[in-house]
Structure formats: structure tokens, C-alpha cells
Design a protein around this ligand. Structure first.
Ligand code: MEV
Length: 437
């Protein structure tokens, strides 16, 4: 049994690795060197990365790529993406190229409200609680003034504050349900700071409220935290074109549209398919969210909750054909920032935002939604025409060649060969063997 270690975070980076090595990596030949190999030569840059989080040993790279030719609301963007999956950027670029020739993407922000809640227990008379809340509301809003001052200057702040009765679902459970506008920042710190101040002030005021009995004065705050479910921070992305312009491979435009609509219907009604369908959308979304230094876990959680909002997990995207026009669209909740957090701190996020022409949070919402829709279009089109493996394995070829330690000359020869042949792990292995013999 391995002994627990205390004070690990206080050790230097070298000491941490030494401990790791002697405890878990005794048999490893080169783990130490590999961890070290990924340190940045620029000490300052390395330090910056180490200070993002605790117990940093090394840096974990992901490819940072670019999908050009995205025409969004008549502006042509090149979209930076941080992603390891081989075919994602290629698919996004292909969809961008296609829609660039067919009117481009249209995107619109439908709302920017964010939610935070103080969850508390109150075991007393409901009416007294509601009357107390109305009385104390101006005091609560005044208490957060020092926190909201700057946000108000930028046009944001607290939009609404109400008390919600949840006692039917959990005995004694109520919430302060708060709505915020955080403009170009994602707003997590701002919202959480406001909520904690609300909670504190609310509890203190309850203690001094003469209308409350002694038990009623003891409001128990369980927690104060923003919600990553933001159905009113919503963006819509859409493409459309005459059906005949969809013609692809061996399918006419009408045939492709019919099959595409069926694929979407399946994702709308079948959760097993919907999850994979939406995963394809998230391939595009996460890659841009990550590249721009935003919180992809928050975005993932919020979007999947939204996909289940009607009681069954369903497709985020939808399609229709009306009067010969194919329309494909998606509405998703997205809480993003273009100032604050990692966005201005990580040098690559800063570059990503520069590539996107320093967008506002609303602009970024549109760009991210479009990346998701493009990815979904490319995936579904492949699935209903050639199948996904053809393109996927072509892109995956380099991973297989690297795994098999192919030399640059071998890579060149086999890339050429597999332009005309189906890629599989065994086929690549066989051709490499042939080449080497
Ligand atoms: C793979 O990363 C994503 C797909 O599975 C999405 C889909 O099935 O729609 C290709």
C-alpha cells in the first residue's frame, strides 16, 4: 500500500516529479524526460502556465489549428481551434467552404442573461419569508453596489432578484434566484461574489427581522453559486440554400436533403443517436471554446442540459425543406467571455481572439455556434453519403504512421499510396512492412 503524502503542493516541481517517479514510475524509462521535454524554454512562459493551477508538472499540448473561409453574417472569419481529433478541422473547413459558396452562415444572439442562486433552508411561515424578502431586497442590492459598480459602467449588472419556493420538492428549500448581465466577461467570479454578498446580507438581515420567530431568524444558507444552465443566454446559427445546390457524390440535391432530414429526425427522437449527433456539434464548439480560453466544461454541461429541456435528450440541430429551400439551424446556450479569466492570460487565447478580430462575447457566441453547426453539417453529410470512416481514417493515417514509427520518406510514400486505398490499421501496417522489405 502506498503511503499518503502530505504537503505535496508545497514541494518544488522537481521534488514533485522525484516523488512521482519513486512512487509510481519506478519502471518507466523516460517519464521524467518526457515531462521535462514539455517544459517551455522561456522560463517566464513556463511559470505562467504553472501558475494557472496547482501541482503542475509539465504542459499538455493540443494542436492549435485554423479553419478558414467561414462566412458569418457577411464577414469572412478564420476560426482557431484547439483539438486533437484528426478530422475535425478538416470537416469544419470543408463545411465552411461549401456554405461560403451558398450564402454563408447567419447567426443571431437571442439573449445574454445569466443565472446564479443562493440555495437556503427556511423552516417558518412562507408569507413571512416573502414579505421579508420584499423588504430586504433594496438592502441586498445596495450591499452588492461596490461589486457591480464597474460592471454597470459596462452596461451589465444585476437584472433581477427573486425568492423561489422549492419546498414541494425539498422540505424547507428556497432560493434567491438572480439574473445577471455580464457583457464581455463570462462573469463567473462576478456572479459568485455577488451571490455570496447577497447570502451574507440576507442571513444577517433575517437575524434582525422582528417579524421572525427565533427559528425563522436562522436562515441556513446551503450554497451560493452561478448556474451553468443558461437557457436565456442563447445564440442561433443557421444556413439555407435551394435544395438542388446540395447535390453530392451520387445523390441529387433532393435525395441528399431527404436523407439529411431523416438523419436529423432520428437524432431528434432517439437519444442514443442524439448523444453522438450532439457530440459532433461539440467537436466544433469545444475546439473554439478551448482555443479562446473559455470554460468548455461549463459550456458542455449547459448545452447538454439544454438538449434535455423537454424531458428527453434530443438533437440540438434541426432541418426542414420549405418551398424548395433547405434550412439547417441550431439554438444553443453559451456563456462565453472575451475579457477576463484565461482569455487575456494564456498567450494562445489572446492570439485566438486576435485572429477573430477581438470579438465581443456576443460575436464569439455567434462564431462558436457556427463552428458547431458546420461540424454537424459535415458529419451528417459524410454519414449519409460516403460513411464517416473514409474521411476519418484518411486523417487518422498520420497517427497510425507515427504509432508505427514511420520515417518521413515512408510517410510520404504511404500517404501517396493511401490516397487511392482504404486506410485501416492493418492495411497501413502491411504496406509499411512491404515497403521496408
Ligand atoms: C466523431 O467525433 C463525431 C461523429 O460521430 C458525429 C456524428 O456521428 O454525427 C462523426
Amino acid at each position: 500500500m502506498i503511503d499518503p503524502i502530505s504537503g505535496f503542493s508545497k514541494l518544488s516541481k522537481h521534488e514533485k516529479i522525484e516523488w512521482l517517479h519513486s512512487t509510481y514510475l519506478k519502471d518507466s524509462e523516460n517519464a521524467y524526460q518526457i515531462l521535462e521535454q514539455y517544459w517551455n524554454q522561456d522560463q517566464q512562459l513556463q511559470k505562467l502556465h504553472e501558475e494557472f493551477t496547482e501541482n503542475t508538472l509539465s504542459n499538455y499540448y493540443l494542436p492549435f489549428g485554423l479553419a478558414p473561409n467561414f462566412l458569418i453574417n457577411d464577414y469572412r472569419y478564420a476560426i482557431p481551434m484547439a483539438i486533437e481529433e484528426s478530422s475535425v478541422i478538416a470537416a469544419a473547413s470543408k463545411a465552411a467552404k461549401f456554405w461560403g459558396k451558398h450564402g454563408g452562415f447567419k447567426a443571431e444572439v437571442l439573449g445574454t442573461k445569466k443565472i446564479g442562486q443562493v440555495h437556503f433552508l427556511f423552516h417558518g411561515k412562507k408569507e413571512k419569508l416573502f414579505a421579508f424578502f420584499e423588504e430586504v431586497k433594496p438592502v441586498l442590492l445596495k450591499a452588492v453596489q461596490p461589486l457591480v459598480k464597474n460592471m454597470e459602467k459596462r452596461g451589465g449588472g444585476v437584472l433581477n432578484l427573486e425568492v423561489r419556493d422549492k419546498t414541494e420538492e425539498l422540505e424547507g428549500y428556497y432560493q434567491l434566484h438572480c439574473t445577471f448581465e455580464t457583457k464581455d466577461s463570462m462573469g463567473a467570479n462576478f456572479i459568485n461574489s455577488c451571490l455570496e454578498r447577497f447570502a451574507e446580507t440576507f442571513q444577517e438581515a433575517a437575524k434582525e427581522n422582528s417579524a421572525f420567530s427565533n427559528t425563522e431568524k436562522e436562515i441556513e444558507v446551503i450554497m451560493s453559486i452561478l448556474s451553468n444552465y443558461v437557457p436565456e443566454c442563447l445564440v442561433r446559427a443557421e444556413v439555407s440554400c435551394p435544395v438542388e445546390q446540395l447535390a453530392d457524390h451520387h445523390l441529387s440535391g433532393q435525395e441528399l436533403a431527404d436523407k439529411f432530414l431523416q438523419a436529423i429526425r432520428i437524432a431528434e427522437i432517439e437519444p442514443y443517436r442524439a448523444v453522438t449527433h450532439n457530440k459532433g456539434i461539440m467537436n466544433g464548439i469545444d475546439a473554439v471554446v478551448l482555443a479562446t480560453g473559455n470554460d468548455f466544461r461549463a459550456v458542455e454541461a449547459g448545452i447538454h442540459a439544454y438538449a434535455s429541456r423537454n424531458g428527453r435528450y434530443s438533437s440540438l440541430s434541426h432541418a426542414e425543406v420549405e418551398n424548395g429551400i433547405f434550412r439547417f439551424w441550431m439554438e444553443i446556450p453559451l456563456a462565453l467571455g472575451t475579457v477576463g479569466g484565461l482569455t487575456g492570460l494564456h498567450p494562445l487565447s489572446r492570439v485566438a481572439l486576435e485572429i477573430l478580430q477581438r470579438p465581443s462575447a456576443e460575436d464569439l457566441m455567434k462564431i462558436v455556434a457556427v463552428a458547431g453547426l458546420a461540424q454537424n453539417f459535415a458529419a451528417v453529410r459524410s454519414l449519409i453519403t460516403t460513411g464517416i470512416q473514409q474521411g476519418h481514417m484518411k486523417m487518422h493515417l498520420m497517427n497510425i504512421l507515427n504509432q508505427l514509427k514511420a520515417t518521413p520518406e515512408e510517410k510520404e510514400a504511404l500517404t501517396k499510396y493511401f490516397k487511392k486505398h482504404n486506410v485501416s490499421h492493418s492495411a497501413v501496417e502491411e504496406q509499411l512492412k512491404l515497403l521496408r522489405s
